[in-house]
Write a protein that binds this ligand. Structure first.
Ligand code: TYD
Length: 137
């Protein structure tokens, strides 16, 4: 699993006026950004995500607050805590992800490599295991 995600550290171009973090597609992250969404106002007991994607790569950034992401390749899992505005989590295709433990001030920014297409989401875990099992053979 550890080769199926990457922790990114973005540079801070801030000065005495404050912080400035820049994320450029195909430079600071390995894809061109086609979609941006952000998640906030989720309670501590909420679990989001719970899907895998056949085509979309993501970078997750907690620009405020903290959350945890559990990634699962069908065999192994890893838990990553997003707890710094300069930290990014890169996720390739075909990993199952759960996002949870959102702090009250959590704003989770997500950069995506594709436009939204419901048909490339795998929302059934058994189906996911079946598909990654096939693609690993
Ligand atoms: P969902 O996938 O459950 O969000 P999360 O990954 O944060 O758990 O999405 C919730 C709803 O919003 C669902 O009906 C699909 C829709 N949606 C879009 O239309 N476009 C998007 O880019 C996203 C992420 C979701």
């Amino acid at each position: 699993i550890h080769d199926q995600y990457k922790i990114l550290e973005f540079k801070d171009l801030g000065d005495e006026r404050g912080n400035l973090v820049v994320v450029e597609g195909e430079m600071d992250i390995p894809f061109a950004v086609k979609r941006v969404f952000y998640i906030y106002g989720s309670d501590l007991d909420v679990v989001r995500g719970q899907h895998a994607n056949r085509k979309t790569e993501f970078v997750l950034i907690n620009v405020s607050g903290t959350s945890k992401v559990k990634v699962d390749n069908g065999t192994e899992t890893a838990i990553i805590e997003l707890n710094r505005p300069r930290m990014g989590l890169y996720l390739p295709i075909n990993v199952w992800k759960d996002m949870y433990d959102f702090s009250q001030d959590s704003v989770l920014l997500v950069l995506a490599s594709e436009h939204y297409d419901a048909s490339e989401y795998i929302r059934d875990y058994e189906q996911f295991v079946k598909e990654v099992g096939v693609s690993n053979e």
